[in-house]
Write a protein that binds this ligand. Sequence first.
Ligand SMILES: C[S@@+](CC[C@H](N)C(=O)[O-])C[C@H]1O[C@@H](n2cnc3c(N)ncnc32)[C@H](O)[C@@H]1O
Length: 283
Amino acid sequence: MSHILPGHSLVDSLQINDDTLAEIAMILKMRRDFGMSMYKDKCMKRRIAIRMRSCRCSDAAEYCNLLRQSEQELDHLKKTLTIHVSQFFRNPSMFEKLHTDILPYLFQKTDIARNNLRFYSLGCAGGEEAYSLGIILRQFYSRQLMDMPVEIYAYDIDNDILEAAARAEYNEDRLKDLPDSCRERYFVPNGKCLKLTAEIRDMVSFNQHNIMNVAALDPCQLVLCRNTLIYFTRQDQEKILRGIAHILPTGGILVLGKAETLVGDTRQLFTAVCPVERVYRRL
Ligand SMILES: C[S@@+](CC[C@H](N)C(=O)[O-])C[C@H]1O[C@@H](n2cnc3c(N)ncnc32)[C@H](O)[C@@H]1O
């Protein structure tokens, strides 16, 4: 039951001050080993307010109490904070660019004798982005794949979403930008969902990794890091982008989300290949 004084909006009543945010951060750290400090405070507060509303808590103190008592709410909150929205071929024009320009360039520039191609999806959520890349490779580059195997690694901080990604079962809403030909060729009905065939599933390997430590990953030639940086503070965005620059050799490609861009000194480490699609090449 919510207790809102006349003249106060629901939004006012759900305001989360910095002390409460720190308290929630501490509970999540202790009980789920989940660190919140890397994300923007404003973004976290907005997300916590969503949970408070769902639980019908009238103020932040009530919500903190609930969080201390409920394992289930801890899981719900962690999920809400890590925001797993994605879909197949999200921003189709970027995938078109990958298909027509970026992949031919990467196949052509890589020395077959010495290298496999290794591609990363960072902040992969349910795997839609990594699998979309797999579909393009399988559809248009199967001949090249015979000469030069491609490994796709997808990373996320959240283990539950990684397990779902590996299962590869999707509702219709995740498939709305998928061309019909792909749907028929690569998905089979599975109850109310559609399941991706093993032919594409087997191309992607999912692993837990915090992108704050991206520099610890092996070098690769292509990094898709879309719609994940936006949740980080500018300082941490810079750290992540420096880490990505560290694992990309000269000529390697980085793709960011439509609302993201290079920040600070990392602008000197890349040149824009296609500013509209947020495609950058490592200098
Ligand atoms: C909005 S989704 C982006 C999905 C996909 N890249 C896309 O553009 O459709 C953001 C993902 O980043 C993940 N994430 C958040 N913080 C992370 C971190 N520190 N390390 C790795 N992944 C993280 C979340 O769990 C979530 O699945």
